[in-house]
Every structure is written in C-alpha cells, then in structure tokens.
Design a protein around this ligand. Sequence first.
Ligand code: G3H
Ligand code: 13P
Ligand code: ZN
Length: 328
Amino acid sequence: PLIALRPLLDYAAANNFGVAALNVNNMEQIQAIMEAARATQSPAIIQASRGARKYTNDLFLRNLMQAAVELYPEIPVVMHQDHGNSPETCISAIRMGFTSVMMDGSLEDDGKTPSSYEYNVAVTREVVNVAHRFGVSVEGELGVLGSLEHGMGEKEDGHGAEGKLTLDQLLTDPDQAVDFVNRTGIDALAVAMGTSHGAYKFSRKPSGDVLAMSRIEEIHKKIPNCHLVMHGSSSVPKELCDIINANGGRIKETYGVPVEEIQRGIRAGVRKINVDTDNRLAITGAIRKAFFAKPEEFDPRYYLTPARAAMQAICEERMKQFGQAGHA
Ligand code: G3H
Ligand code: 13P
Ligand code: ZN
C-alpha cells in the first residue's frame, strides 16, 4: 500500500534502521525498486524530482505507481516529491497522489540561489499547513547541500577554490534546526553534512571524518522527533565506473560516500538516505555493455532488461546495508 513518510520513518527510528529513497524517471526504475523490495522484504521510498515529473508526465507516473502498489501489495511504498522548489510544486504533487513532499526552501525557487532563513521557514510552513491536512508528510532542508558540486571534495583535499563557503557555513546549525522544526512542523529534515549530489563528490578516497558525524548526533539529540535525511548518498562504486569506461564511457576518477559512513550516519539518527547516482551508473554501465557486446541488436528489451537488473542489484544491496530489509 501507499503510505506516508512519517509512519515509515517513525518505525525505522524505533527499530534503528535507515531507508533508501530511490529516484525514478521511468517504468524500469520503478520495477527495479519494487523487485528489490520484494526480494529483500523491504519497505520502499520512491521519489521523483521536478525533472522526473516533467520527463515522465505526472499521469504516467501516478499510474505506474498505482501499478506498483497493486502488483506488490505486501510492500509499504512512500511516493515522495524530491527537492520541491516551491509550495506550488509540492501542492501539485499532493494533488497527484504523492504521500510525501520535500519543500527545499534552502534555495530560492530557481533551485540555485541560497535563500534567506525566513524565506525557508515561510515556504516550508506553508507546505506543512496544506500537506498535513491531507495526511502527507513533509521534508524540509536546512544548510547548503548539493548546490556546490565538487565543492566538498575539493575542500576535503584542501584544494578548495577561493571564495567558496567554509565547512562551517555549509553544515546545518543545530540551534537553527531546533527553531526550524518548531516553526515549520516538518516530519523530516535534510541536513547539510558534507555530501553533494552527483558522481563527483570527492577527488580522493575519503578517509576519517568525511561526514560531520558529531554534527549529526548533536542535531539528532536536539530534534529527536524530526527524522534526519541524508542527500547525496551515492557511494559511486568503482566497479560501476569501470564497466562504463570499459565500454566506451568516460567517467573520471571519483569517490562517493562509503557505505560504512552511511551506516555510521544511521547509528547517529539518519533515517532517509537519498540515492540516485549509483542507480544511474548501474543502468548506464549495463546498457553500454550490452551495446558493445552485440552491436547488431536493436530491440530495446535487449539492453533495458540487463539495465533494470543492474539497478535492482544496487537497490537490494543498499536495502540490506541500510537495515530496511526484512521490515516490509
Ligand atoms: O537531487 C537530484 C536527484 O538526483 C534527481 O536529479 O533533478 O536530475 O532528476 P534530477
Ligand atoms: P546522489 O547524487 O548522491 O545519488 O544523491 C541523490 C539525492 O540526494 C537526490 O535527492
Ligand atoms: Zn538531494
């Protein structure tokens, strides 16, 4: 059945596990997640960005999700709007049947410019007011995250470009988090802890305190009733990059967030873990491999079948690693 985010994360918190929130743009990706959830008996969070909704069309997305729920009746599924840029986007998602929305008010509605704190509070509060009337959960975001591609990696290596924000400016402030949760009434909070979106997070293998773990613990203690969300959580496995590069692709040397770091985050109170890039890499690697293996093939099923299987494998692995397996 379709459920809201809040009860799933309440249950995850009570049982000390994390839940992967996996992005989708098409039927194969939804199928990959549902098969992985069934194989591991996991609850699932399926999320669509604004770009995904535009690419797929809301009506296709809604009906694909409806099919998923009907075909996998034993799996609790959250249908989540990833990075909503405005109350209008979130409200249209609610109208479309999403059971959870992210109001990312850390940025202006252009999705790029860092916003003022008061703007963030106002738009997030507005979304909570509407969403909660319909039993829909809301994720907010505080701190600079994902908007600075490469930024953190360079900083970790000490090569940070001049004029970039300092680590302290990037991280979510614990006292502000308390104020933000009190004033908005959100169910979950995305915190800035040193991750960024995409494949190029770190230019060297991250060691030691890659993520601001003590900061996460501190925030968790101050807002125990609001669930923490970690964005930019792909691990960017070298094996997947190697498959792409061995078949004509060009992924530069790069490092993601090690799974052990995510597991530390879960122990520190993180409940929702956003992963997209790893699945994109898995799909692309499988398709490139299929193209190279049989250039004479042109049936889309020939390459989409292994692509779907490759994404399913990543999803199963993460579901086990984050601890949600067995909790459907
Ligand atoms: O936050 C980013 C997600 O990976 C979705 O990306 O906006 O390209 O669909 P997208
Ligand atoms: P990755 O790019 O690390 O997969 O992060 C995805 C994400 O945070 C979606 O909101
Ligand atoms: Zn994100």
